[in-house]
Design a protein around this ligand. Structure first.
Ligand code: IFM
Length: 496
């Protein structure tokens, strides 16, 4: 089956990013439409059935780290509402569901025997998906490291990479006949640089050398996990990793230099070892004052550089940089919470500049062209590697109102036109990339439901399903209804 999309009808509207607002574009029959979540963001049941604490339990319970003191203790209570949430996915017509597994639900202290109740939960999840005709896409690590491993150095400790491979083996043995895509890590950029560099994410450290050690040990963990999984799975899944690659624009006389430095830390330090089998030399030079990279041991690059079947791409917005003049106050607008440290070790001369709007509620600029550009550039660099959008979506303020349905019944509705518009533009961008030859296999909207948005707690809503965090009521937003129609017709639908 050809993966080339067909165009049946399109129309443009003249506002910002206007020519990306098309509809009527059709996706191929094997394109996988789904939606994504992550364990700590939705599950709740933080201390139940033998789950051990993760770094996000510790971090969110530390005063001042998360907006409003919010925690993932209850979140969307998905752990207890599994069956009805699965029914909701079916009702929406999702073809795939991308979820993550809580390592500390499986191994409460990160090593040792598997917790049967944890395995049972994910087995019920995967079986429930399959029973409803929904493909399971599993992510092994979406930031919730068992606290006991952090106590021994977390991702700065090489032993964590080997512990991760053992956890991967356990999950491969448990679900290795059912999962269609295994994603080792979600956005290791965030785990390393926000966790150990800027302090905005758990474990909240602000040490550039540790952040770079974490980068390497995450890369190593990925390679070891792929190898471990391949030994035990019995079906023929795709092996992948998901990266939040940065689409970087430069400004000023030294624009190219600013872009090169940030591209090295954000993109090439992952793509290089994972897909080319080598770290970019210029990153070693740029960070020489921060670390000597002695944590890279002989043979590590071979362990990391495993053949992949798919690259997961998370995309939200673009990044604008320039070389700082050293005099004016240094701009620091990289889209992440400022908690004191820098997520860019060795790039002290680079500043992050505010970009032109429109913006989402996160303050992130909306630029669908960046998604097309990213997909095309990846395809050019790795022509034989299939891609999947594993996250894309937007946070906006949502308002629940009551309306009278045709039946006369009063119903709750959320008219989230901005989110629907955002998705429509980004689906258009994805379609255009495919028309330019990109082998894009699917699109997982972030997120299925509103959830714990890390340092922002419950203040930012990304869901296409609204969650009332008091009552746990689920309300389909208009974007969910729109997405259902997209999936049913395999065609980008007009708004409203
Ligand atoms: O909510 C997060 C997700 O966990 C990882 N990618 C970005 C999303 C929005 O910030």
């Amino acid at each position: 089956m050809s993966n080339a999309p067909t165009t049946t009808r399109s129309a443009a509207v003249s506002v910002g990013n206007a020519d990306y607002r098309d509809w009527g574009l059709e996706f191929p029959t094997d394109f996988i439409f789904g939606s994504a979540t992550a364990s700590y963001q939705i599950e709740g049941a933080a201390t139940e059935d033998g789950r051990g604490p993760s770094i996000w339990d510790t971090f969110s319970h530390t005063p001042g780290m998360v907006w409003n003191g919010d925690t993932g203790d209850v979140a969307d209570d998905h752990y207890h509402r599994l069956e009805s949430d699965l029914d909701l996915m079916k009702e929406l017509g999702l073809e795939a569901y991308r979820f993550s597994i809580s390592w500390s639900r499986i191994q409460p202290t990160g090593t040792g025997p598997a917790n049967t109740k944890g395995l049972d939960f994910y087995t019920r999840l995967v079986d429930g998906l399959i029973a409803r005709g929904i493909k399971p896409i599993a992510t092994l690590y979406h930031w919730d490291l068992p606290q006991a491993l952090e106590d021994k150095g977390g991702w700065t400790n090489r032993a964590t990479s080997y512990a991760f491979a053992e956890y991967a083996r356990i999950m491969g043995e448990a679900l290795g006949d059912k999962v269609i895509t295994w994603t080792t890590l979600n956005e290791p950029w965030c785990s390393a640089y926000l966790g150990y560099g800027s302090g905005a994410h758990a474990p909240g450290l602000t040490d550039g050398a540790k952040a770079l050690a974490a980068v390497h040990h995450l890369n190593l963990a990925h390679g070891l996990a792929v190898t471990a999984l391949k030994k035990v799975v019995t079906n023929d899944p795709a092996f992948s990793i998901t990266l939040n690659l940065h689409v970087i624009r430069g400004e000023g006389e030294q624009a190219a230099e600013a872009v090169r430095q940030i591209d090295g830390l954000a993109n090439r330090v992952f793509l290089g070892p994972l897909l080319h089998g080598a770290y970019p030399e210029d990153v070693f030079v740029d960070t020489a004052d921060v670390t000597d990279w002695a944590f890279i041991l002989p043979g590590d690059l071979e362990l990391i550089h495993q053949p992949l079947d798919l690259l997961g791409v998370n995309y939200y917005s673009t990044t604008l940089v320039r070389i700082w003049d050293g005099v004016s106050p240094r701009a620091n607008n990289d889209g992440h919470k400022d908690m004191g440290g820098s997520p860019w070790p060795g790039a002290d001369r680079v500043e992050f500049i505010a970009q032109a709007g429109p913006y989402t509620e996160m303050g992130w600029n909306i630029e669908p062209a960046g998604l097309e550009e990213l997909l095309v550039s990846l395809h050019e660099e790795f022509p034989t590697l299939p891609l999947m959008i594993t996250e894309n979506g937007a946070s906006f303020v949502d308002v629940v109102t009551s309306e009278t349905a045709e039946s006369g019944e009063s119903i709750s509705v959320v008219h989230d036109e901005q989110r629907t518009d955002y998705l429509q533009r980004h689906f258009t961008a994805a379609h255009r990339a495919m028309a330019r030859g990109v082998d894009l296999r699917g699109y997982q909207v972030w997120s299925l439901m509103d959830n714990f948005e890390w340092g922002y707690g419950y203040s930012k809503r990304f869901g296409i399903v609204y969650i009332d965090f008091e009552t746990q009521e689920r309300i389909l937003k208009d974007s969910a209804k729109w997405y259902s129609k997209v999936i049913a017709t395999r065609t980008i639908q007009p708004l409203g």
